[in-house]
Structures are given as structure tokens and as C-alpha cells.
Design a protein around this ligand. Structure first.
Ligand SMILES: [Zn+2]
Ligand SMILES: [Zn+2]
Length: 248
């Protein structure tokens, strides 16, 4: 299999998790309760993947003869700010988890702007998967898992906001499905424009850093007590374990 077919296959799995997350909003109380553990585990795993895989690979495969604007760490910062700009500057109301601020989210425009923010974020989820498989299969699978573990919360979050802003459950599912399509578009983009790979890896590391540290961690921190911290740490440990196994 080629890096393209691998990354498309895994991006389809990630896209399906987006839809599954959207589906949880429409019913299933038990799934809602377990979602917070998914968010905590995913955040820990993602932070491990970002700092121990994506940033080191980004530094190793970055642009040749970089300036201050094209050095890998600048690109990591750029990725962080791109997702921040779309999720929290253009989108007036977007946070992860269940949408319960009904009085603030009655405007349909809120739903649409949150949707646009999430499309940009999920596009970079796809870029991360695509470019990591271009490095090698080991990096590809580890980064895919990091993306995959937060895909259900991605789908859940957008579907929850769409429903709260007054749209139907069918529209909420369609929104979650579109995030899946956007993920696939990210994968295909890096394979069509292979020259962007040295830039795409650190930029997508920065975008995932935003999602893990700024979207998911506050959601984790809403719950008091040591239990959530243990789950975050377990997520990080799981990444380390898989990396050690993969490096053998
Ligand atoms: Zn809210
Ligand atoms: Zn995502």
C-alpha cells in the first residue's frame, strides 16, 4: 500500500468517528457519560504524540535553510494560532463537550460560525494524518491514533452546538459528517501538493496542540478530583507504550 492509500483508509476511520460523535448527541446517555473519559484519554495521548513524535519529526524534516518565519517551531506556533483564530475569534461560541448554554446559543449564526471553526480544525486533523504517513507508517499510525481518539468529541461538540442553535438532529449529523469530509480533504491536499510536507507537519502539530491543550484540557479540568488527571496521564502513558513497541 502507498502512503496515500494508507492515509485515506485511516482518514475514513477518523471521519466515521466524527459521525459517531454526532450520533451520540441524538440519544445515548451512557455514551455521554463515558465521553469525558474519552476527552481526557485523548488529550493525554495527543500531547504525547505532539511532543514526542510530531515536533521531533517536524524538526528533522523541516524546510531547508529556514528563516525565522519558516523554521519548524515558528510553524508550530502558526498552526496553533490558525486554529485559535478560526475556533475562537471568528466563532463567537465554541467550547468542547456538551452545549448547555441555551440562552447564549439560540442564534443560528452561532451554529454556523462554530461549524466553520471546526471545519478548519478538522482539515488540519487530516493534514496531520496525511503528512505523518508520508514520513513513514509508524509515525502515521501513532498520529492517526492521536487524531482518532478526539474525533468522537469533535463530532459530538459540533452536533451539540448545531442542535442547541435550533437546527434539527439530521442537520447536526450532517455537520458531523462534513467534519469527516474536511478531514479527508486535508489528507488529499498534502498528497496532491507534496511540496508542502515540510511545512504541513509542524503546522499540524501546532493545530493539534491547540485542540489538545486549549480545547480538550479545560473540558477535563471542569471535573474536580484526581480521577481525570489519572486518565490524562494514562493517555500519555499509552502513547509512550505504543511508541516503545513501535520503535522495537
Ligand atoms: Zn456553551
Ligand atoms: Zn479534531
Amino acid at each position: 500500500m502507498t502512503p496515500l492509500s494508507y492515509s485515506i483508509l485511516f482518514a475514513i476511520l477518523a471521519a466515521m468517528a466524527n459521525v459517531l460523535g454526532g450520533f451520540i448527541v441524538t440519544s445515548h446517555k451512557w455514551a455521554l457519560r463515558s465521553l469525558r473519559y474519552f476527552i481526557a484519554l485523548g488529550a493525554g495521548f495527543m500531547l504525547g504524540a505532539i511532543f514526542l513524535e510530531m515536533i521531533p519529526e517536524g524538526l528533522a524534516h523541516g524546510p531547508a535553510n529556514p528563516t525565522i518565519f519558516t523554521m519548524p517551531m515558528t510553524l508550530v506556533l502558526l498552526g496553533y494560532f490558525i486554529v485559535h483564530a478560526f475556533e475562537h475569534t471568528f466563532a463567537s461560541h465554541l467550547h468542547f463537550g456538551e452545549e448547555t448554554h441555551h440562552d447564549e446559543v439560540t442564534d443560528p449564526v452561532v451554529g454556523i460560525s462554530a461549524f466553520v471553526g471546526m471545519i478548519v480544525h478538522t482539515f488540519f486533523d487530516g493534514v496531520a494524518i496525511g503528512v505523518s504517513f508520508m514520513v513513514n507508517e509508524k509515525v502515521g499510525i501513532l498520529v492517526f491514533l492521536a487524531v482518532f481518539l478526539h474525533k468522537i468529541p469533535d463530532g459530538f461538540t459540533i452536533a451539540s452546538i448545531v442542535v442547541t442553535s435550533g437546527y434539527s438532529s439530521a442537520k447536526a449529523l450532517a455537520a458531523a459528517g462534513t467534519l469527516g469530509v474536511s478531514t479527508l480533504a486535508g489528507v488529499i491536499m498534502v498528497h496532491v501538493f507534496q511540496g508542502v510536507a515540510p511545512y504541513a507537519l509542524p503546522i499540524s502539530a501546532g493545530s493539534l496542540l491547540y485542540v489538545a491543550a486549549t480545547d480538550l484540557m479545560p473540558e477535563v479540568n471542569r471535573e474536580a478530583g484526581v480521577k481525570m488527571a489519572v486518565v490524562v496521564f494514562a493517555g500519555m502513558g499509552l502513547f509512550l507504550l505504543l511508541k516503545l513497541v513501535a520503535d522495537v
